[in-house]
Design a protein around this ligand. Structure first.
Ligand code: AMP
Ligand code: MG
Length: 487
């Protein structure tokens, strides 16, 4: 089924521990991502659902797999934990996809490992479906992300606040190397391991860095830039990751760990959903600052590789942190200008964007539908279309619309302008209340809404009449105010 080539398993023993999937009584395939399987070049022709469920719940170890749990550390809500690691996941192995890119195949929720601490190593059905839905929605939106190859129900019960059905997610990632992986070795003072990991990362994700004057500085810079661009993308779709600990930040620049994440309904820059984020550390608008903080932690690990002279190393690292800020600002402006249909450059573009966001905040405007209907207004629709998505109509909106019209009137036809805006302003996002609805039905054995939601989210930029109900914001009764960790 897989043609494995396991580069991580070939790294020194301190990088990983052998792992063995737990037995599952009655594995049943919930969903298999055939399009992704094809992209990965997997051979699943003739494989029955039962066979896929056996393999993708870890009951049958495919030929060539070398199941292992990766070691890592991490800052969790600002506090350093020197030993985390894959506590409920294992890396089956790596495959080379059809584009020649190396991808990890990981089972998440497959039982305890050497790093489970007090955890049971299992995943409940809800978080598995949530990750499946949101990571695949990200792929369709064009935002870098880990992917979901399959969800399998194990037939086992897991103990959470109540008993829940257990499940395993097959996660696909460019790699599962995190900021916390570097921290694991740096905290032990193992400079050789940090260098080995950095070399692995350069070969795997940043081969261009090899030719730079200082490959490690080049790598750090590229990691920072990808992360800055990624977070700008999150903000542009109203996404809150929820748990941006350094162990949940992938070195590859993919979004990873869809735990208590959520999309905004009404715009509020201070919005937090995660039940464990009591101080709002990971609120919507804090994400770029936290991203930069996490990159600073990575830079600390790499200091000995940046320069033999510590002062010079620190100076280089500070340069990277500044670059993070600059790249983020530039990417953010580019994203939001595109959302407004603004092309070219003008002095007060940044002001135009932030004034609109401020009006949306005041007016408790639905983030997604406001930008979508602004696209229609650009195409000639009445302003009322836009006002429908504001709870209250803020004074100043009319003036802003006049400024915006003036700024966006150019040689494009209204229809062209609308089409360009609609191509970057999704109509459909994975709204929280819909995710919860899909999970609630699935817990009782009905997966039909889960499938419908996943399929609808594959076309986020299209207003399909068949998915109109999924685009509607929650009613006050449907509103989800808290999301929970993936445990
Ligand atoms: P996360 O919140 O998913 O980023 O996980 C943080 C850390 O806790 C990671 O080291 C996980 O492997 C570990 N962890 C989370 N849930 C469990 C569980 N049920 N059993 C064992 N380890 C877990
Ligand atoms: Mg994690």
């Amino acid at each position: 089924m897989f043609s494995f080539d396991n580069s991580y398993a070939r790294l020194p023993q301190t990088f990983h521990r052998p792992a063995r999937p737990a037995a599952a009584r009655a594995p049943q395939l919930i969903r298999f991502n055939h399009a992704l399987a094809e992209e990965l070049g997997l051979d699943v022709e003739g494989a029955s659902d039962a066979r896929l469920a056996q393999v993708l719940s870890g009951q049958v170890i495919p030929v060539g797999a070398e199941p292992l749990a990766q070691a890592y550390a991490g800052h969790q809500f600002g506090h350093f934990n020197p030993q985390l690691g894959d506590g409920r996941a294992l890396l089956l192995g790596e495959v080379i996809d059809r584009d020649g890119k190396r991808r990890d195949i990981q089972l998440k929720g497959s039982g305890p490992t050497a790093f489970s601490r007090n955890g049971d190593g299992m995943a409940a059905l809800g978080p598995v479906l949530r990750e499946y839905i949101v990571s695949e929605a990200f792929a369709a939106l064009g935002v870098p992300s880990t992917r979901a190859l399959a969800a399998v129900a194990t037939g086992e019960q897991v103990v959470r606040e109540t008993m829940m059905p257990g499940a395993v997610l097959t996660r696909v990632a460019a790699s599962h190397i995190r900021v916390g992986t570097f921290q694991f070795f740096a905290a032990q003072g193992d400079e050789q391991a940090v260098q080995t990991l950095a070399d692995h990362v350069i070969d795997r994700h940043y081969p261009e860095a090899r030719h730079a004057e200082n490959p490690y500085l080049a790598m750090l810079t590229m990691v920072a830039e990808r992360q800055a661009r990624l977070i700008a993308r999150w903000l542009s779709i109203g996404f809150i990751h929820g748990v941006m600990n350094t162990d949940n930040m992938a070195i590859s620049g993919e979004t990873i760990d869809f735990g208590p994440c959520a999309f905004l309904d009404e715009y509020d820059p201070r919005k937090v959903f995660s039940s464990i984020d009591q101080r709002g550390r990971y609120a919507y608008a804090n994400q770029p600052g936290i991203g930069q903080w996490n990159i600073a932690r990575l830079a600390e690990c790499l200091l000995p590789l940046l320069d033999a002279d510590e002062e010079k190393a620190i100076e280089a690292a500070n340069g990277v942190l500044k670059a993070f800020g600059d790249v983020f600002q530039e990417a953010w402006l580019m994203q939001f200008k595109a959302k407004l249909g603004v092309t070219g450059e003008a002095e007060d573009d940044r002001q135009l964007v932030s004034d609109f966001l401020e009006l949306m905040h005041q007016g408790e405007a639905d983030f997604t539908l406001t930008f979508r209907s602004l696209s229609e207004v650009a195409g000639g629709a009445a302003v009322e279309t836009l006002l429908d998505h504001f709870m209250v109509s803020p004074p100043g909106l009319a003036d802003w619309l006049t400024r915006w019209s003036a700024r966006t009137s150019d040689s494009r036809t209204p229809a062209e302008r609308q089409a360009q805006m609609e191509a970057v302003n999704p109509a459909l996002i994975a709204r929280n209340h819909r995710i919860e609805e899909a999970i609630a039905a699935a817990v009782y054995g009905d997966f039909s809404f889960f499938h419908r939601l996943v399929e609808a989210l594959a076309n986020p930029y299209v207003e399909d009449p068949a998915t109109a109900d999924l685009r509607v914001p929650p009613t006050p009764e449907q509103r989800v105010t808290r999301t929970f960790c993936g445990t």
